[in-house]
Design a protein around this ligand. Structure first.
Ligand code: GDP
Ligand code: ZN
Length: 313
């Protein structure tokens, strides 16, 4: 008998049954899962996702390696499985930051889309950053609007960065933002996600088809996320077909926890169970009235509360 030796690595690609595991030295191994990975608290269609740290045995000869253990996740994002209502699909795990690429025109990113994204990131406990791309395209008046928008979010505590992938403005700052971290990159299609990545890492082409080599036709219609290692350290998680996070179930009476400035103002509400809709003595409504909380933010809160506007998810 040969003595088996276990290694640790991170899953950078998953196609349902076959995983690519990368070790610290950059080596990659095709692996399968052995046994049953039941994760406490969630019912997921996939036991292991991109970003997961695992213990595995290296492939022997022509065989695949074997994933034996899943290390604890610091966070993970899910989407609902297509057919089974209670089950979720784990899209990715251990995300250091969620970067939303935003443009206020060509295409327009709606403020409500931004707010839903940020609230979802809060719910998942993933730090969020806004990158305002295409800063070269705005007329002076529009530029003012962009700056006001950045100030709005910076005041709440979200770091904002203005970039142009086209004119190579702040690309070094964007690279520093990514360096050494695992980042989820999101945004409405056309905002310049691929262009920004290409600006810092020309040899990576995010436009390439998400699945190619390992796909088993007919097994799943889901497209799987993939993690791209960056030459300067860190990874980009590409989630095909997801503009934001997708859907997360938020408890109606805790939605305001995911709007940091609303949560803060809520400490002064008269009623401890105030939901900031129309209660007397609501400090949130008062702060909106005084302009201390942006009307657009409050409106987004109401929209999520009322469960409207599926299209902004
Ligand atoms: P994605 O769908 O978010 O990946 O967006 P792409 O990277 O494919 O960019 C969409 C379009 O916007 C392309 O035609 C890019 O050339 C253009 N684009 C991307 N970034 C910028 C920018 O900073 N300024 C300008 N003017 N155009 C940009
Ligand atoms: Zn209130």
């Amino acid at each position: 008998m040969t003595q088996e030796k276990s290694f640790q690595g991170v899953v950078i690609k998953s196609t349902g049954s076959l995983y690519t595991v990368q070790t610290a030295d950059g080596q990659r191994y095709p692996c399968v899962v052995k046994g049953n990975f039941r994760i406490k608290g969630i019912r997921s269609t996939n036991p292991i996702a991109v970003g997961d740290y695992v213990v595995f045995d290296k492939p022997q000869g022509a065989q695949q390696g074997i994933i034996k253990e899943l290390l604890e996740r610091k966070n993970y994002i899910v989407r609902r499985a297509a057919n089974l209502s209670k089950q979720v699909h784990v899209v990715a795990a251990n995300i250091d930051q969620a970067i939303l690429v935003v443009t206020l025109k060509e295409p327009e990113t709606h403020l409500e889309f931004i707010d839903r994204y940020l609230a979802t990131a809060e719910a998942y406990r993933i730090p969020a950053v806004l990158v305002f791309n295409k800063c070269d395209i705005y007329l002076p008046e529009e530029k003012k609007t962009v700056r006001q928008c950045m100030e709005l979010y910076q005041r709440i505590g979200y770091p904002c960065l203005e970039t142009s992938a086209e004119k190579k403005i702040n690309i070094e700052a964007f690279r520093q933002l990514l360096a050494g971290k695992t980042s989820l990159l999101s945004g409405v299609s056309g905002t310049g996600k691929s262009s920004l990545i290409n600006a810092v890492e020309p040899q990576l082409n995010l436009k390439t088809a998400p699945l190619s080599s390992y796909h088993h036709a007919g097994v799943h219609t889901t497209t799987f996320a993939e993690m791209f290692p960056l030459s300067f350290g860190g990874y980009i998680i590409d989630t095909p077909g997801i503009r934001g996070f997708g859907v997360i179930d938020m408890n109606k009476n805790e939605i305001f926890h995911f709007f940091p400035e609303i949560f803060k103002a809520a400490r002064d509400c008269r009623f401890y169970n105030c939901l900031h809709i129309q209660e007397p003595g609501c400090a949130v409504i008062e702060a909106v009235r005084k302009g201390e909380i942006a009307w657009s933010r409050y409106r987004s809160y109401l929209s999520i509360y009322e469960d409207k506007n599926e299209k902004y998810r």
